[in-house]
Design a protein around this ligand. Structure first.
Ligand code: UDP
Ligand code: MG
Length: 317
């Protein structure tokens, strides 16, 4: 029998946890053709989440509780869960029922059809505030604008199914700043999508404030690409062209003025010369920055130690 690991990070979820277990147990009971394991990660909760989990464990033998040393954040909690899970496929899911456990059979169906990653995509975000909807729109647009090879699917957070093979690659990724929704598309593999409608959080409060949303957005960009570092190359080219155009124009006009063909005062030429010197200094500074950026982006890529290539399968006769 194939084993399915459900990974649920929990931070101060004493109110939502009992409801989560109610729903997930129903799904487990309705899908007896799979063996299930629930890996609940207590991410340094300050409320009774851990004791609720340990109580639950007494009646649910398939519940594994991972207690983190402090609050490490959502992404790290998911990583800890992935590392502990032993299933043939792994499904990270939020505890607040915003990711409906009832969707799990559909994810499994696509997995059985051969998809190695099945994204659960929020088909509508009607229940999200307009602020969250708009910022999410900008976030996904920006990410995909910045990256040409790796496409981050719109409105897919951590709720998705990973085949064991894909999950192992995610676990192997060494980077300390981890953004799951960037790591998975980076790896590739055959990916399917299931749409769902996202409801409101069932109990408790969101653990994400504007600051943590902004931090996640920044980490996502850094995790996805080093392209912004190379913007300095474009700026160098821009300043170089402006400087060349300006300097050549001044020189030509100066020669024409010497021959009395145009009439520009020496004061005018002096001001222009100062502007040209400033443009030249800007060119030089941005050139130095561009050189640093090229090496830095290479160093960042090397430090991440991500796989240079992943082979899905080799076909031989
Ligand atoms: N979470 C976590 N550690 C944190 C913040 C959140 O493990 O530091 C968990 C939280 O308990 C929930 C999931 O991550 O299961 C998503 O959090 P939340 O629902 O607050 O995020 P939102 O849906 O508002 O984006
Ligand atoms: Mg939520």
């Amino acid at each position: 029998m194939k084993k399915v690991s459900i990974i649920v990070p929990m931070y101060n979820e004493e109110e939502a946890a009992p409801l989560f277990f109610e729903h997930i147990e129903k799904v487990i009971n309705e899908n007896k053709n799979y063996e299930f394991e629930i890996v609940a990660v207590n991410d340094g909760s300050k409320d009774n989440t851990l004791s609720i989990l340990l109580e639950k464990q007494k009646i649910l033998p398939h519940l594994v509780v991972v207690d983190l040393s402090r609050n490490w954040g959502h992404e790290s909690a998911v990583t800890a869960g992935l590392k502990e899970a032993t299933g043939d496929c792994l499904i990270p899911i939020d505890a607040d029922l915003q990711d409906p456990p009832e969707l799990i059979p559909e994810l499994l169906k696509m997995w059985e059809e051969g998809y190695q990653v099945v994204n659960a995509q929020r088909g509508n975000r009607k229940k999200d505030s307009s602020f969250k909807k708009n910022t999410a729109g900008i976030y996904y647009k920006l990410l995909n604008h910045l990256s040409s090879k790796v496409k981050v699917p719109y409105n897919v957070a951590n709720f998705r199914l990973l085949d064991r093979r894909v999950a192992d690659h995610v676990i192997e990724m060494q980077e300390t700043s981890r953004v799951f929704r960037v790591q998975v598309p980076f790896l590739g593999f055959k990916t399917g999508t299931v749409l769902f409608s996202r409801e409101e959080r069932v109990k408790g409060k969101s653990k994400y404030n504007i600051r943590s949303m902004f931090n996640l957005a920044l980490s996502s960009i850094v995790s996805l690409t080093t392209r912004p570092l190379r913007w300095s190359i474009g700026v160098t080219v821009f300043f170089s062209c402006t400087f060349l155009l300006s300097a050549v124009t001044e020189l030509v006009l100066y020669i024409l003025a010497l021959n009395n063909i145009v009439n520009i005062s020496n004061f005018g030429f002096a001001i222009w010369l100062i502007i040209n010197v400033m443009l030249f200094i800007a060119c030089f500074m941005f050139f130095v920055l561009a050189v640093i950026s090229v090496y830095l982006s290479q160093a960042v890529e090397d430090a991440r130690r991500r796989p240079t290539v992943i082979v899905n399968k080799v076909y031989k006769k």
